[in-house]
Design a protein around this ligand. Structure first.
Ligand code: AMP
Length: 185
């Protein structure tokens, strides 16, 4: 049983790797971006608000995303089964909010996995996957938002001594092996 956050810039392959690890070890996977896209698709109240931000590559307000994450942690029975969080936290405020909500649920983080990939490779990969919000301008904005907001999160977990940095370049299988080693799986 492991409780872990996957961090990394958009396009780093963290979604792919989180899915592989989740399936292989039967750990519940909570992907914030997927939950938000589902809400947009279903045109829920929350989805309508979220869409305005997502269309511009901006972060959806903390109040909304924190509520989603807390509900998801309860729903997957994180206490018994652990969890992999993908896409949250992305800001220092969210990292602190996560700590608070985990405490309320009598949970704690084991590790934070940071998948490291250089910018040129990220832009190349994102253009190749051709998602609706993957145009060059939106990609550049998302990387900018990422560096501004997420660097303090990485530093925060590094100071706590739970950050595991993994090289995200190379074959999917090889990266998976590095992650397994870093997480002690
Ligand atoms: P992703 O699938 O992780 O690339 O996320 C797609 C979009 O969902 C982002 O561009 C944001 O608009 C929104 N989003 C995802 N994660 C978060 C988060 N932790 N906080 C706020 N907004 C988020």
């Amino acid at each position: 049983m492991i409780k872990v956050v996957f961090l990394g810039p958009p396009g780093a392959g963290k979604g792919t790797q989180a899915k592989i690890i989740s399936q292989k070890y039967n750990i519940p996977l909570i992907v914030l971006g997927d939950i938000l896209r589902e809400a947009v698709k279903n045109q829920t109240e929350l989805g309508k608000i979220a869409k305005k931000y997502m269309d511009k590559g901006e972060l959806v307000p903390d109040e909304i995303v924190c509520k989603i994450i807390k509900e998801a942690l309860i729903k997957v029975n994180a206490k018994e089964r652990g969890f992999i969080l993908d896409g949250f936290p992305r800001t220092l405020e969210q990292a602190k909010a996560l700590e608070k909500m985990l405490k309320e649920l009598d949970l704690s983080l084991d590790k934070v996995l940071f998948l490291d990939v250089p910018d040129e490779e990220l832009i190349k990969r994102m253009l190749a996957r051709g998602r609706e919000d993957d145009t060059v301008d939106i990609i550049k904005n998302r990387l900018k938002v990422y560096y501004e907001k997420t660097t303090p999160v990485i530093n925060y977990y590094e100071e706590k001594g739970i950050l595991e940095k993994v090289d995200g370049l190379g074959d999917v299988d090889k990266v998976t092996l590095r992650i397994e080693k870093a997480l002690g799986l």
